[in-house]
Design a protein around this ligand. Sequence first.
Ligand code: PLP
Length: 278
Amino acid sequence: EIGYINGEFVSLNEKVIPIDERGHQFGDGVYEVIRIYDGKPFMMEEHLERLINSAKAIRLPITESVDDFKSLIMKAVEKSELHNCNVYLQITRGIATRQHLFPNVPASISMTVREANPLSDEMRNTGVTAITHEDERWANCYIKSLNLLPNILAKQVAHEAGCFEAILVRDGYVTEGTSSNMFIVKNGAVYTTPLSKHILPGITRIAVKEIANPLQINFYEEHFTEDQLMSAEEIFMTSTTAEVLPIVRVNDKPIGHGVPGEVTKKLYEQFKRKVETL
Ligand code: PLP
């Protein structure tokens, strides 16, 4: 594993962040998590485009191009000597004496490269459990911002209930998970929350949308309620680290037959094929 900050590679436990760093003090920054499979990045362009959009959305000027980030990331991966890893890339509004107004200083770029520890086969084969939880986040969840307090709090509630994920609900409708996008299956078709400011435009979500087509699985971006969630044939979540993961119980009630469904399995198999052809 390896760390990087503002032009230097460092070991992960080195003390490198000054106290007056805006990511640290305000959560004033944005980030990405990119998965590397066997040395090859998965949908890196899409991740970097989203990073640049997130930065724009918080008016954080960055001078690096997509290509600059690409070579920086691949250099870090090479240095880490890891083949299957997660790259965490963070950009903040830099280092300046604490005050709310934007400082006139360069952005800070930091990165970690760590070995990926994929979910156990058991979790994949039997599926995971979830709770529903009020979506207490702000109005701009499309930005991948460092401010994750509501996500963390909801995930912890899920964990303490013996569950893997919290499914967030806003005004009776499912938005997404604390760190995942959410999908239900109804009459064999897949439904997921449409893109809006209330959800993160997931990269794995894009992959699933692409994969559904050749499998002849209908894919709809439509809102669904908590009741529709509970009565779904199948539920699955997607994220860079969880990939396509079945959810088999919600609030202690079985979904469908309480086991991973056929549509979810097909999509996951196809997802793995996409990874194999990187
Ligand atoms: N939604 C939220 C709130 C997330 O934090 C994440 C990723 O961590 C996702 C969705 C899934 O996005 P991706 O598939 O790009 O990892």
